[in-house]
Design a binder for this molecule. Sequence first.
Ligand SMILES: Nc1ncnc2c1ncn2[C@@H]1O[C@H](COP(=O)(O)OP(=O)(O)OP(=O)(O)O)[C@@H](O)[C@H]1O
Length: 294
Amino acid sequence: MTVRPLDAPELPPEVLLRVEHLTMRFGGLVAVDDVSFDVRRDEITALIGPNGAGKTTVFNCITGFYKPTVGRLTLRRAEDESWLLERLRDHEISRAAGVARTFQNIRLFGGMTLLENLLVAQHGPLMRASGFTLLGVLGFASYGRAERAAIDKATAWLERIGLIDRADDAAADLPYGDQRRLEIARAMCTDPVLLCLDEPAAGLNPRESAELNTLLRSIRNEGVAVLLIEHDMSVVMEISDHVVVLDYGKKISDGSPAAVREDPKVIAAYLGVEDEEVAKVEQEIERIAEESGA
Ligand SMILES: Nc1ncnc2c1ncn2[C@@H]1O[C@H](COP(=O)(O)OP(=O)(O)OP(=O)(O)O)[C@@H](O)[C@H]1O
């Protein structure tokens, strides 16, 4: 199958998603202003920036919740399969292009069991196996096989996130950190090529945060690109391969975690000072540290 809109650019093989000149306006407010960056395969890319910088808006454009005012979002799913996400509807972005996401606030089906939550995520393949008719109810073998495969996949994910013993419990009864991991497992049950996570470490304790880091690294190592918004800098610095920094809707830095951490523009944005004042602030920090004998 070759799916390539005529105007989709040719991307280098290591690039999964190319965001070009993304701009999103809400009336007079420019929430995202001419932002461009790449998300590479086999990498964890973090999107960071102070509150209101435009991170969630970028996510919402990539995942189809918003139609960008301007910009091109090319996702190269396979060598002969590219998509222009800004032209797709949100369900096409998840089903056809293979982009899955989680939200800042947990959105599990609280009254359903853990297993059911992971089966609902596989509704698409199950419906196709049913031929969109009553084949499942009539006991056709093809549907039975698809149903077995869905249960196997859900079970494997529950084992992987350490929750197999609670498969039949209601999702709402899980501790917060477990719910976060279940949400990620649910997103992974759709077989995405790109997993977008909006503040996955928010509200986690240090042990849960460490478990999350291990999970995300293992997902990355299996070839699924991860794009995350995160305020917890220890998580960002520990697991990201690539960091993109936004401030007031504009990209101000883009590089390795180490390079971004040293970037005066980033320091200025986080401290809320002008670029020229950064050196002064750094000297002040050093002076205070010396005086306190640190
Ligand atoms: N639907 C909307 N309508 C109008 N303005 C919006 C809308 N969504 C976001 N904004 C505005 O766009 C700007 C960027 O918001 P966004 O939520 O993308 O920032 P953020 O970096 O994700 O912030 P935070 O870290 O606080 O979640 C803000 O000024 C916000 O008020």
